[in-house]
Structures are given as C-alpha cells and as structure tokens.
Design a protein around this ligand. Structure first.
Ligand SMILES: NC(=O)c1ccc[n+]([C@@H]2O[C@H](COP(=O)([O-])OP(=O)(O)OC[C@H]3O[C@@H](n4cnc5c(N)ncnc54)[C@H](O)[C@@H]3O)[C@@H](O)[C@H]2O)c1
Length: 351
C-alpha cells in the first residue's frame, strides 16, 4: 500500500492499493453514527458493514448523474436528520465520482460540514473525482454548478473494485491519467506506451502505479492551489473542448471520452500555433486510440459546439482560454485565438 498526503484545508491521506474494509474499520471506531452512501447499482457489491458500538446506516441514492440532484441532497439531509447525525458523526461515500460528489456535498452542508471518507470504485473516481476536495451536484442550468470545497478525512483506493468496472469506464478513467502524463509526468506516458486497454487492465501493478502517479500530481497541485487559481487550471488540459463535446453529446459520451478528443484537439491547436511538435501530437493520438478512446468527433458538430465552448468555465468574459503544453510537463495558456485557427484544429479531429 502507498500513501499520498494531501494538504488542503486540512491534511489527509490517500491510501492506494489498500483493502478498503480493513482501513475503514478503525476510522469508524469512536463514531456514534456512520452513513454509508452508495448508489442503488452498487449496493449489492458493497455488502454489509458493521462496527461495534456504531450505528451504521445505509443511504441509497440513484446511480450516476441522476444522483447529483437537489432532490437527492434533500433526501440525504432528511435521512441524516432522522438518524440524528451530529458533528462528530461520519459520512462514507462508496462509488464512482457521481456518488462521492453528492455524498461529499451532503457532508459539506450538514451542520456546516461533518467528516467524510471517499471510497472511489471507478478509475475516474480514484485518479480524479475523490482527490481535490470539490464536492457538488448539478443544477437545471448545468453540470456541477452547485457545490463546496470540503475535503474528505481519508480516501481509500482499493483497486479490487476495478475488476467489475466496464472496459468503457476503465478507458474513460485512463484519459485523465494520460492528461496527467502530458502536463506533468513523462513516466506515465512511458508506462502506457504501446499498451492496449486490456494490457493495462490485466496488470494490477501497472494500474496502481498509474493511479499513484496521477494522484500525486493532483495532490501536489491542490496542495498549492486548493481553490482553483492558475496552478489548478492546468488540470483542465484537454477539458475546454472536452467539456463542450461532453455537453454537445448530451452525456452520451463519458467525461473521459470527451476529454480524450479534447486532448487531441488542444494538441493540434498548439501544433498549429507552432508551440507543440508534430511528434507529440502523434503521441496524444497513438496513446489514446490504443487505449480504445475516441479521438475524433463529427465534422458537422462544429457550429453547435460554439455556444458550449464559450460556456466553459475557463472562458473569462468572452475570451476563450485553453491550457496547452509546449512539451511534456510544460503548460501554458493559449488565448486570443482566431476563429479560423479554432476551426482548423477542429478539422484535424473531425470524422
Ligand atoms: N469532484 C471532482 O473533482 C470531480 C472530478 C472529476 C469528475 N467528477 C465527477 O465524477 C462523475 C463521474 O465519475 P465516474 O466516471 O466515476 O462516473 P459514475 O460515478 O457515474 O459511475 C459510472 C458507472 O460506473 C458504475 N460503477 C461504479 N463503480 C463500479 C464498479 N466497481 N464496478 C462496476 N460498475 C461500477 C456506476 O454504478 C455507474 O453506473 C461526474 O459526475 C463528474 O462530474 C468530479
């Protein structure tokens, strides 16, 4: 097992390669009440959790994005209230990023913040959603518009969960790993080089190494920039076009799949601007496509993508802003781009 320390509003540890039940037991000790928040789809996989002297309540929520909703939050508050949760009690979120986001937000808002623990069960949750202290939900006006920074007291990463994850969700999680490689860690790219999705999946050692390296990068960045200044913005590499595509696809594409196309798009844009070599653009394409991730999007979608692009949260006022790289590990901002340049880069990812 390896540990990564995160310094946020409080310091906490991410345990990678742990056995979650073993690590959770001592953390539940001395708590009068523990709420296990789990989605209906994951409930049977979690099994029973007991702790002597502790009331353990299971709160089930809808699976995926439908769980990140105000009505679900309200129902969690109701269940916490009825069970008499106090400031010294604990929330434990077990599931993908959607579950850890809403359960973390319930913990952030109940009594103005009680302790919570994240047990991510998807690769995206392990390398991204459960690290960094962002909790929240969707609103009628868009995704993740309501939320709070409220770090867990521990994150327990048990790669055993990944055995039942679909290939599609596993690959989607790897898109964020590839992103981490390009912005900060060449070794990630070396480890993934020439590997197919099944080759990565079949090696627990490789998977845990990739999780560790990605978590280290996010933890370091969050440690210096908890509330999203420029340091944290680099984590959005590939996400400007990625978010636009995710929205345009009406969430038919997984976040990681949209980010994969967004990574190739920004690489092409940086190449067009003379910042990034053709070889590194090729590396984006080859790594992502070997992992089974999409790297193209329909040409006809360009016009419809425009409003989504300007919606991107990194767009300040009307100016569109991208995070780019000039080489592996060197990030910069790309601003003031002409429409013709944006389109030309899009033509290179068009199908
Ligand atoms: N807070 C953050 O910083 C942050 C960062 C990135 C993403 N997110 C959020 O995370 C969410 C996406 O997370 P996700 O990709 O984990 O999606 P998800 O939570 O919707 O899970 C995807 C699917 O995988 C299933 N699943 C989960 N674990 C499984 C397992 N072990 N075996 C089989 N199936 C399993 C779930 O039931 C679900 O149907 C989005 O809502 C996104 O906004 C948050």
């Amino acid at each position: 097992m390896r540990k990564v320390e995160v310094k946020a509003e409080h310091a906490y540890e991410i345990l990678i390669g742990c056995k979650w039940q073993q690590e959770l037991a001592p953390l539940m000790k001395d708590r009068s009440r523990v709420a296990i928040v789990v989605s209906s789809a994951m409930r049977s996989r979690v099994g029973e959790i007991e702790a002597e002297g502790t009331e353990v309540h299971f709160f089930q929520i809808p699976d995926g994005e439908s769980g990140k909703d105000a009505t679900v939050l309200e129902s969690l508050w109701g269940q916490l209230g009825r069970a008499g949760f106090t400031r010294s009690d604990l929330v434990v979120a077990i599931g993908g990023g959607a579950t850890t986001d809403i359960a973390g937000f319930a913990a952030a808002t109940w009594l103005r913040g009680i302790d919570w623990i994240a047990i991510p069960t998807t690769l995206a949750g392990m390398v991204d959603a459960s690290v960094g202290g962002k909790t929240g939900m969707n609103s009628a006006f868009g995704k993740n518009l309501v939320g709070a920074f409220h770090s867990p007291i521990a994150v327990l990463v048990d790669s055993k969960w990944l055995e039942t994850l679909s290939d599609r969700d596993f690959a989607a999680g790897l898109a964020e790993v590839v992103k981490c490689g390009f912005i900060s860690d060449r070794e990630i790219l070396t480890l993934l080089s020439g590997k197919s999705l099944s080759e990565v999946r079949s090696s627990k050692r490789l998977t845990e190494e990739l999780i560790l390296r990605s978590v280290n990068i996010k933890a370091d960045i969050v440690g210096v920039d908890f509330k999203e200044g420029f340091a944290r913005e680099v984590l959005n590499y590939g996400h400007t076009m990625g978010h636009a595509i995710e929205l345009h696809s009406k969430y038919q594409l997984r976040h990681g799949e949209a980010v994969s196309i967004g990574l190739v798009y920004i690489a092409e844009l940086a190449h067009l601007k003379g910042i990034l070599s053709e070889e590194l653009v090729g590396l984006h394409r080859s790594l992502l496509s070997r992992l089974g991730l999409p790297i193209t999007y329909p040409a006809a979608a360009w016009e419809d993508l425009q409003p989504f692009l300007s919606l991107d949260k990194k767009a300040r006022g009307k100016a569109l802003r991208f995070v780019a790289i000039s080489k592996i590990g060197t990030t910069l901002r790309l601003e003031g781009l002409a429409q013709s340049e944006l389109l030309k880069a899009y033509e290179r990812v068009s199908s």
